[in-house]
Design a binder for this molecule. Sequence first.
Ligand SMILES: NC(=O)c1ccc[n+]([C@@H]2O[C@H](COP(=O)([O-])OP(=O)(O)OC[C@H]3O[C@@H](n4cnc5c(N)ncnc54)[C@H](O)[C@@H]3O)[C@@H](O)[C@H]2O)c1
Length: 295
Amino acid sequence: MFAQRWIDGCVCRLTRTGLEYFASEQERSTLVHNEQQSNGRLDGKVALVTGAASGIGQAIAERFAREGAHVCLVDLNEEAARNTAREIVQSGGKAASHVCDVANQKAATELFRRIARENPIDILVNSAGVSHIGKLENTSEAEFDRIFQVNVKGTYNCMYAVIDSMKTNGGGAILNLASIAATAGLADRFAYSMSKGAVLSMTLSVARDYLAHNIRCNCISPARIHTAFVDGYLKKNYPGREQEMFRALSQTQPIGRMGKPEEVAALALFLCSDEAAFITGTDYPIDGGFFNLHG
Ligand SMILES: NC(=O)c1ccc[n+]([C@@H]2O[C@H](COP(=O)([O-])OP(=O)(O)OC[C@H]3O[C@@H](n4cnc5c(N)ncnc54)[C@H](O)[C@@H]3O)[C@@H](O)[C@H]2O)c1
């Protein structure tokens, strides 16, 4: 969808976030094939994506728009959300951006209900999230509360704000971004793991309670995906050693690299499409072998 420039002789490409490298030509061409493919799998659907100004949420918004959805991009970052929506529209898609702090229930409820009055929401993707590094003993109450407010309450607020509309419409699909941290004991991720465990539990609860309303609810648990999330973490914690640590973090996944936002978007597309009509109450790892291939 976006202008891409191929760098001669290298398996890499230039994107708005910088140079992207690929393990092989096959990996690159598979990704490009997936990106360019559009089969109208979400034709006529309205999808609301939070955290859509960056990373995984942005890739999901772009992919959903290519598949025919009218995408409502919700983010704190007004300018980046507006730019992403504009690029989608310029590429022939349907999109609008909205500024909202998902941690604020009143703001989220008002915005979502206003959108739903005009365009009943078929799909909600909760991707807005914040990270935190630290063990129990170096997690302050303020940090714990911040992670809880955005990752846990934000996800609850957004589901709370759309559920009535989905019930009235006869169904819908909700997809939450959990993490491998929800079920694996990761070092130095006390508050973050707490929040993603809660996202997983809320996903199961909502899936169970709204079965009869034809509302499916699933979550995705990525291992490390290369987004601003990761770049910010490296810059803050390993100044001057970013490249070395980038390589080390890539090796955490047995497949030898980080995931790409577009790869998460491909899974999100499937789970939110009618092809996944039999799938609800499930947590999908997308982890480069993290859970099963160590050792
Ligand atoms: N990147 C990874 O390695 C990874 C791995 C597992 C799970 N996740 C999860 O995936 C989701 C997306 O991560 P990402 O890497 O794309 O992050 P990102 O930082 O690239 O994007 C997050 C977006 O959420 C927005 N946001 C943050 N707080 C918000 C709030 N209160 N209200 C509205 N918008 C807000 C930010 O402005 C940003 O645009 C997060 O929930 C994250 O926990 C990421």
